[in-house]
Design a protein around this ligand. Structure first.
Ligand code: UDP
Length: 496
């Protein structure tokens, strides 16, 4: 990898949720090895998550600002993973209070950043960038299809017909997206909870602020997506048509880019593993190829107890070998309890990991044959890169779009459930789980398809591959930026 050395000083501002931070830190690593000068903004309790990156790049600076309080966020909590479901909005509103401290920091810095790259949930940083006369790039931890749906929602503001009726009415209404390739359609309840809560509280100041943030994303100078051309070409082209061809860069899969084992697959990636990687590897080593089902619903989802029970009994009845990652319950909220006695009964078949699991190394083990996933975008990419067929059970956010892409378009996943609304019983689950690792023709075809996509992902990040080319083009464009303090010609946020 060549170090080009550039004067560009970039402020990286991640949104504090694991699925958002992990890929943006991976991108930051790529920019750092290309010579970009970087400052990362975090609040104090998220600082440990930067550790692997900072030890690989001691030259990266940190800007640690106190976490701004919010009535829905308990003191001491600074990451969405420690909050009850649907706390994204509260976190967005809380972080917006960093506008003034950031402005002061920029104004007092001897050589301040020429651009901000920030998460798509931090749209207000576009306005901050305009105020400072610098550029803002949006980082999307969602894929291009899901992002097309998200942006379409905020641009066209579809409403429920039964607006004034009870909350549960109208949840099954269909919302169509005719402007997106393939004209996808979703039930109201499958749309982003941030959007749905905007509609429910429409007109209040916070809701308008959230909407303005997403509109500001679309006005930003650039958009960087953790995806790659062969995976989502039509949706990437759609976004390029909407936002401008030279403003959208698909640079994924970022987790695989890494040539430095210290960060990729690191035990510390996104959190410290609650069970030693070596212990999991030794357990997997004793299994045959493709005979283990890996079950994980990402960093946030806590399943209600009735689903936990069905899943536990399904795993037990299926007789498959499995690793099941269970997130610790959050005080006073959904219980997410493994049924008593379950672990003793399945001790010879499965491993239950409570807390944080080293997902990337698990998926890449030869013994893993299927991945029961909530279809978070990072998990989706990680499963594909590892060549593991997916069992799709989307829960929330962009996961329903990701499941459509995986099941209906790419045909690398089997649909298992949908949130808490479509929940298979334990017999059905047992059947699907057992089928997923059988060596029948259908599975062989799916496995070959996902392996082919995995190879395409690796091609994208090889010298000359689409994601490397796009990353380089983004870097070149960043390198042309100069601080407004160093030029009299610059005015506002016009293209150059
Ligand atoms: N992850 C992990 N261990 C866990 C849970 C999650 O390493 O126990 C990682 C996973 O590999 C992925 C990220 O956390 O990189 C989760 O992101 P995703 O988009 O899949 O889902 P989210 O957590 O945002 O719902």
């Amino acid at each position: 990898m060549t170090m080009s050395g550039t004067d560009a000083h970039l402020l990286v501002f991640p949104y504090p949720a694991q699925g958002h931070m992990i890929p943006l830190l991976d991108l930051t690593h790529q920019l750092a090895i290309r010579g970009v000068t970087i400052t990362i903004l975090v609040t104090p309790s998220n600082l440990p998550l930067l550790e692997p990156l900072l030890s690989a790049h001691p030259s990266i600076n940190t800007l640690v600002l106190p976490f701004p309080s919010h009535p829905s966020i308990p003191p001491g909590v600074e990451n969405v993973k420690d909050l009850p479901p649907n706390s994204f909005r509260a976190m967005m509103l809380s972080l917006a209070q960093l506008h003034e401290p950031l402005l002061r920091w920029f104004r007092s810095h001897p050589s301040p950043p020429v651009a901000i790259i920030s998460d798509l949930f931090l749209g207000w940083t576009h306005c901050l960038a305009c105020e400072l006369g610098i550029r803002r790039l949006v980082f999307s931890p969602s894929g291009a299809m899901a992002l097309s749906v998200i942006y379409s929602l905020w641009r066209y503001l579809p409403m429920r017909q039964k607006q004034n009726s009870r909350e549960e009415d109208g949840q099954d209404e269909i919302v169509s997206f005719p402007n997106i390739p393939g004209s996808p359609k979703y039930h109201w309840w499958q749309l982003s909870p941030v959007y749905r809560s905007f509609v429910e509280t429409k007109g209040d100041q916070d809701s308008e602020f959230i909407k303005d943030g997403f509109l500001a994303d679309m006005e930003s100078w650039g958009l960087v997506i953790n995806s790659f051309d062969k995976l989502e070409r039509v949706y990437l082209e759609h976004l390029k048509r909407e936002m401008g061809h030279d403003r959208v860069w698909a640079v994924g899969p970022l987790h695989q880019f890494e040539d430095d084992e210290e960060i990729r697959g690191s035990k510390q990636r996104g959190g410290s593993s609650s069970v030693k990687v070596e212990q999991i590897s030794s357990w997997l080593d004793t299994r045959d190829d493709h005979e283990v089902v890996y079950v994980c619903f990402g960093s946030q989802a806590r399943l209600p107890n009735d689903i936990m029970e069905k899943l536990a009994f399904g795993l037990e009845k299926s007789g498959v070998h499995f690793i099941w990652v269970v997130k610790e319950p959050i005080n006073g909220h959904v219980d997410s309890t493994v049924p008593p006695g379950f672990e003793d009964r399945v001790a010879r078949k499965g491993l239950v990991i409570r807390g944080w699991a080293p997902q990337v190394p698990i998926l890449s083990h030869r013994a893993v044959g299927a991945f029961l996933t909530h279809c978070g975008w990072n998990s989706t990419l990680e499963g594909i890169v590892a060549g593991v067929p997916l069992l799709a059970w989307p829960m929330s956010a962009d996961q329903f779009s990701n499941a459509t892409l995986l099941v209906e378009e790419l045909k690398v996943a089997t649909r298992v459930g949908e949130g808490s609304r479509v929940v298979p019983d334990s017999d059905e689950l047992a059947r699907v789980l057992a089928d997923s690792i059988s060596k029948n023709l259908t599975n062989r075809v799916i496995r070959e398809r996902v392996a082919e996509l995995g190879r395409a992902a690796m091609e994208a990040i090889k010298e000359g591959g689409s994601s490397i080319v796009e990353l380089q083009s983004m870097h070149n464009k960043l390198a042309t930026l100069v601080s407004p303090r160093n030029t009299f010609k610059f005015s506002g946020n016009e293209e150059n």
